[in-house]
Design a protein around this ligand. Sequence first.
Ligand SMILES: [Fe+2]
Ligand SMILES: [Fe+2]
Ligand SMILES: [Fe+2]
Length: 414
Amino acid sequence: MEKITLKEFALPLIKSIDSFNYLLKSHHRRVAVISYFIGLKMGLSEKYLTDLVIAAALHDIGALSVQERDMLIQEDVDRPEPHCIMGHRMLVNFSVFGDIAQIIKHHHIKFEDLRSIKDEVKIESHIIHLADRIDISINPDVFILNQKQDIRDKVISKKGLIFHPEVCDAFLTAAKADIFWMEINNMTLEQVFNKLNTELYYDLTREQMIEFALVVSRIIDFRSKFTASHSFTVGQLAYNIGRNLGYDDDKCTKLLIAGYFHDIGKVGIDTAYIEKPGPLSDEEFNLVKLHTYYTGQILNELSKSEWFTDIIYWATHHHEKKDGSGYPYAKTDTELCEETKVVAFSDVISALMENRPYRAGMSAEKAFGIIEEKIAPAIDSALFENIKKEINTLDLIVQDCQRESREIYTRNMK
Ligand SMILES: [Fe+2]
Ligand SMILES: [Fe+2]
Ligand SMILES: [Fe+2]
């Protein structure tokens, strides 16, 4: 496998997740742009500026529920801590992003409360705090240059109280120029990232790639307690089924990542459908089907190397069936490789063993029975027979994944 840089792997994902995320549409992009210009004015060196922009582009990833989103777009956020801590926890296991996790942890700290904080609060956190509040103050229905003065006055009134004075000064200097305001509305994340020297600081090992894929999968999984372990379990199942089928290391790693990514397109789907306390209507189901299409759109931003082509194919075809009745491509048996079916089976095993709003999670025995009878014939019964031989180990894997995810999820949701 060739060397992967952060720019080839993580940045395309961050960028497309922002554009697909209906919850905080473009908020991450705008806060990254504002932060970049403030950081630049403050004279941050390249490494710090890079961390700042990446942290800004991800700062609210810990705000996963609709309720939390609604709270964050108000002028005063009552309890910002949970989403800051959650964002930190989600990223801190990705070793490359240690500093970035730390920045996100404190992105709502008020300057006047600084003394009571024992932890290190980086200046980048203060920058994102201000940038975030500026973005919330912008009225999308009024042309941005007509709001310039009001927003500047508002910031001045909170200087030294809510906002760090040096950060305010840098903002006020940057904000004198109209270009600053025009860029907030127009500069793409790609354009901001292109100004940074990300390659210099970040080369990803395979382990780090897996860590990041897991971080991304949790952005989706943690949006609902019902799916909190879903993609993690699918990845682990696909990896282990691949092992049992005698695949080599490299292929198993690709299956792991394909499993983590398979539902990434759900970022574009309202969680209300996932949390609906009953089966979906036909109309609702049709909307949910879009997630596989979005998964393709997001993953297609990744490097076009053969290594990724496999992952993208396996991840985007997890709802296909051999008779052409699956979605979104309506592919038929000859077009579906075994690895795709491994991801598809991992997906249904994981889904049936999870709680749903209208039913409890099933035991492995019951789930495998249903799949054998009702689902496997539409995918590949012979392959499922093979998979089923390891039902006991697969059951343990699901239990472990559910326990681990539940632990991280509930610790942060309190
Ligand atoms: Fe926030
Ligand atoms: Fe799916
Ligand atoms: Fe799934």
